[in-house]
Design a protein around this ligand. Structure first.
Ligand SMILES: NC(=O)C1=CN([C@@H]2O[C@H](COP(=O)(O)OP(=O)(O)OC[C@H]3O[C@@H](n4cnc5c(N)ncnc54)[C@H](O)[C@@H]3O)[C@@H](O)[C@H]2O)C=CC1
Ligand SMILES: C[C@]12CCC(=O)C=C1CC[C@@H]1[C@@H]2C(=O)C[C@@]2(C)[C@H]1CC[C@]2(O)C(=O)C=O
Length: 251
């Protein structure tokens, strides 16, 4: 799908990987709406529509989708980047991990992604196809290499991202017959505010664990893959690692 003039909804677009997608898609002629629970100064870029919502909330996300369709037009692309990555061992110094902490990570990363994509897909399915194949839209989710190699303290995070990876194919099967493709990117370790604040002592070994190039991923590299997924009409139902070949160890 050519992205020029297409409406692209990006969750978590106020920061990091989502923010890089916002920049990339705006630069390449898309109309971008950001859905985030934390909105930057809305006057900063008049080309972008910022809407505040929590991805876990059914009603407010539905209202935001209506508003985007009203303000920008036909929603053709949805990129789910909103997520959280708190760590917590199953049984730590203070005892068993609080169930609410585990639930919150599943709620934001897994249920939040599904909530957004189901409502975006509903909008896409109501649109006319764009080409002879019957293409109506594209959905991109963000998992993590933790879906496959969760580290110590990442039971909740790995479970949430494993869920995102696992739901990719069945959702592609649900929506494919009606012209919507669904793919997931599983990033390795990227330089974003989520990683900011980690000192050299933590970052160096992570960089060394990457096969090549020996550095953290750049957010723009994530955006480039998202753009390729949108552009390549034959890519569907796939989970794509973007990780420089890293395989995470236990810690
Ligand atoms: N940075 C990294 O190394 C990696 C990140 N990821 C995943 O990529 C995605 C983006 O991560 P980063 O850009 O690094 O993080 P980030 O912390 O820079 O950005 C996350 C954004 O999501 C928003 N957000 C969080 N919870 C929300 C909610 N309930 N409703 C609406 N918005 C919400 C935040 O406000 C923030 O703007 C996340 O899903 C993360 O798990 C996956 C693998 C590696
Ligand atoms: C980079 C990690 C793992 C992959 C992912 O999906 C999200 C991440 C952001 C938080 C990082 C994750 C990681 O690799 C371990 C660290 C760096 C984590 C923040 C603290 C962390 O657990 C650590 O410092 C380990 O030494």
């Amino acid at each position: 799908m050519n992205i020029t003039d297409k409406v692209v909804v990006i969750t978590g677009g106020a920061s990091g990987l989502g923010g890089a997608c916002v920049d990339w898609f705006v630069r390449h002629g898309a109309k971008v709406a950001v859905l985030d629970r934390r909105i930057p100064d809305p006057t900063a870029d008049p080309q972008i529509v910022y809407l505040e919502a929590d991805v876990t909330q059914a009603d407010s996300v539905a209202a935001v989708m209506d508003k985007i369709a009203e303000q920008l037009g036909e929603i053709r692309v949805c990129i789910n980047c909103a997520g959280i990555a708190p760590a917590g061992k199953t049984v730590g110094r203070d005892g068993a991990l609080a169930l609410d902490k585990f639930r919150q990570v599943i709620d934001v990363n897994l249920i939040g992604s599904f909530n957004v994509l189901r409502l975006a897909a509903e909008k896409m399915l109501a649109l006319e196809p764009l080409d002879a194949d019957g293409a109506r839209g594209v959905i991109i989710n963000t998992a993590s290499v933790a879906a496959f190699e969760g580290q110590i303290g990442q039971a909740a995070y790995a479970a949430s991202k494993g869920g995102v990876a696992a739901m990719t194919l069945p959702i592609a099967r649900d929506l494919g017959p009606r012209g919507v493709r669904v793919n997931t990117i599983a990033p390795g370790v990227f330089e974003t505010p989520m990683m900011a604040g980690l000192n050299e002592e933590f970052v160096k070994p992570l960089e060394q664990a990457v096969q090549f190039p020996k550095r953290l991923g750049r957010a723009e590299e994530f955006a480039k893959l998202a753009a390729h997924i949108v552009d390549n009409d034959y890519l569907n139902g796939e989970v794509i690692r973007l990780d420089g070949g890293i395989r995470m160890g236990p810690r």
